[in-house]
Design a protein around this ligand. Structure first.
Ligand SMILES: Cc1ncc(C[n+]2csc(CCOP(=O)(O)OP(=O)(O)O)c2C)c(N)n1
Ligand SMILES: CC(=O)[C@@H](O)[C@H](O)COP(=O)(O)O
Ligand SMILES: [Mg+2]
Length: 586
């Protein structure tokens, strides 16, 4: 049988295909996905589950004029294949290569770049309102949202707007609900329970209809003719409608269908024949955290854990297996996670909320006004902090230090190695107030022992007081490398690790006072992170150089290559110090 995929590079090519060839095309797309995502790493389970639905979407709607907006965007690989980017998948998620999410820079068919879940319905609401205001025949706006993303608060804020009677007339928003019953794990919450009942038997009135939207479904999300019929009916309605499509995450690839934990949601470079990673998993910071939290859980019955639909990736799954009654999945709902943690802390518990650092952005107000305002004992564990890598600009966890630096009473720790992670986690959960720990997506560093202590600051090396290198967390290793280079050039350099980086300790201030040049190095914003705080509290006249990430959206790439581009390596730090001293000698 001749291959079809080479002849389908645009939605027009797809629409020209006879319907009887579509199942064969779907098979080829699945084979392509397994091949390319196994070779590069990326999101496999979600994309295998949305093959037929994406084919039907591009046959019924005329993208890009009819806007198809993907929520979260991790499930848009099929959309990219059908919109002319099949040839770019060999560079998937690499520096300068194909984004793992929709990208407006890549294609007019892509409408939003952010990978933060639950916002697509709001975008669709806004786009439809604008199209009506601009006048003419507003083209349909289709929001493709997963059952997991539908547990996010902003999705319900959007439904509240879409269903409002005021916006009913001629409102071409079509919500395509891709319901596979899973986020990473099975999707949690009342909405998920409602969808499960709808999947089992169409209810008389759905929650969507009670909110004023129309409802079509449930539709078999792998039956292309049935999907096309439902999507055409939705398009003709010209009023807000939910098309409830039932799919299987990982469909058509046994290792994904058999992975009952996560259906191979996100995979590293993998053997396509087995679905197993090609390289054995290294001991990561997440592993160290996960194990130590279980140990602490034995000692502290007041410790509880909260996840926003990511028990596996954040390391809380082990705690949940050990203490099932003390682990709470709240759905993709970081704001709920923080405010609920506040309620728990007010009631005698010490919650540990584990999320990716980038998703803290969404819950900043709850951290500030619900946890910190009440000075509550809640510990935030911010995984994937700093440069994450292939997930690109909306996934780098690079705003947390800047954000938390303005939260009164918040204490933030940045462990440099696994030993410090265990120590600092213990100190955090022992603290009667808000704390946070942050660590990167990386193998846990080999132990970096201190050579001495200055109060609560670890001294890692010292050849003199000309330059004080203040290393934030895993920047300790490159700072030690820079110190060796600078010392070899005759400079006296001391490297310290403050362990608790916010607020700035008096011991660190004392160390700074005695130095010719203070250099802070962080895997966070140079201008407004921990280093900026130190600059603020140091006596005027003291020279402070803050090294870190630029206040820019850092592209995708390998963590090491992006850190090198930011100068956050031994040679890079040494070069920056030499340049500073060349311009302004001590
Ligand atoms: C605000 C936010 N929190 C967490 C995540 C991490 N995340 C990415 S995909 C995903 C699960 C999405 O489930 P669903 O929407 O059902 O899509 P599926 O993968 O099942 O197709 C999560 C939790 C995110 N992208 N954004
Ligand atoms: C889409 C999303 O937000 C997650 O799936 C994320 O991509 C996972 O990142 P890790 O692969 O670092 O766990
Ligand atoms: Mg899902």
């Amino acid at each position: 049988m001749k291959s079809l995929l080479p002849y389908v590079s645009t939605p027009e090519d797809l629409r020209a295909l006879p319907a009887e060839l579509l199942p064969g095309l779907a098979r080829e797309i699945r084979d392509f996905l397994i091949d390319k995502v196994s070779a590069n790493g990326g999101h496999l389970g979600s994309n295998l589950g949305i093959v037929e639905l994406t084919i039907a979407l591009h046959r019924v709607f005329d993208s890009p004029g009819d806007a198809i907006v993907f929520d979260t965007g991790h499930q848009a690989y099929v959309h990219k294949i059908l919109t002319g980017r099949r040839g770019a998948f060999d560079e998937l998620r690499r520096r300068g290569g194909l984004s793992g999410y929709p990208s407006r820079q890549e294609s007019a068919h892509d409408h939003l770049d952010s990978s933060h879940a639950s916002t697509a319905l709001a975008y669709a609401d806004g786009m439809a309102k604008a199209r009506r205001l601009v006048g003419g025949d507003p083209r349909p706006v289709v929001a493709v949202v997963g059952d997991g993303a539908l547990t996010g608060g902003v999705a319900w804020e959007a439904l509240n707007n879409l269903g409002a009677a005021k916006h009913h007339e001629d409102n071409p928003v079509i919500v395509v609900l891709n319901d596979n019953g899973r986020s990473y794990a099975a999707t949690f919450g009342a909405c998920a329970d409602h969808l499960e009942r709808l999947r089992a038997a169409a209810a008389d009135v759905t929650v969507f209809e009670q909110l004023g939207l129309r409802y079509l479904g449930p539709v078999d999300g792998h039956d292309i003719p049935a999907l096309e019929r439902a999507l055409r009916a939705a398009r003709e309605l010209r009023e807000p409608v939910v098309v409830h499509c039932v799919t299987v995450k990982g469909r058509g690839y046994e290792p994904a269908e058999q992975d009952l934990d996560e259906h191979l949601h996100a995979i590293p470079v993998t053997d396509p024949a087995t679905g197993q990673p090609l390289k054995p998993a290294a001991t990561t910071w997440t592993h160290v955290f996960s194990q130590h939290l279980c140990l602490l859980g034995e000692r502290r019955p007041d410790l509880v854990a909260i996840t926003a639909a990511m028990p596996g990736p954040t390391g809380l799954a082990a705690f949940g297996r050990r203490f099932p009654e003390r682990m709470f999945d709240v759905g993709i709902a970081e704001q709920q996670a923080m405010a609920s943690a506040a309620g728990m802390a007010m009631s005698g518990l010490h919650p540990v909320v584990a999320i990716y650092a980038t998703f803290l952005n969404r819950a900043f107000d709850q951290v500030l006004m619900d946890i910190a305002l009440h000075r509550l004992p809640v510990t935030l564990v911010l995984d994937r902090a700093g440069i994450t890598g292939p997930d690109g600009p909306s996934h780098h966890g690079m705003w947390d230090l800047a954000a938390l630096s303005v939260v009164p009473g918040m204490r933030v720790a940045a462990p440099r190695d696994a030993v410090r992670l265990r120590e600092l986690l213990e100190e955090a959960v022992a603290h009667d107030g808000p704390t946070a720990l942050r660590f990167p997506k990386a193998p846990a560093e080999a132990e970096i022992a201190a050579t001495g202590r200055a109060g609560d600051v670890d001294v890692l090396s010292s050849t003199g007081q000309d330059v004080l290198l203040v290393a934030v967390g895993p920047m300790a290793e490159p700072c030690l490398g820079a110190a060796a280079m600078l010392s070899a050039a005759g400079l006296g350099v001391t490297v310290v690790d403050p362990r608790w980086v916010i607020p700035v300790s008096s011991d660190l201030r004392e160390l700074a006072r005695g130095s010719g040049l203070v250099v802070t190095v962080e895997d966070g914003l140079a201008a407004s992170g921990a280093g900026a705080l130190l600059r603020q509290v140091c006596p005027p006249g003291l020279r402070v150089l803050n090294l870190g990430l630029p206040c820019e959206f850092v592209p995708q790439g390998g963590r090491s290559e992006l850190l090198a581009e930011a100068g956050l390596t031994g040679p890079g730090i040494a070069h920056a110090v030499r340049e500073e001293l060349r311009a302004w000698p001590l």
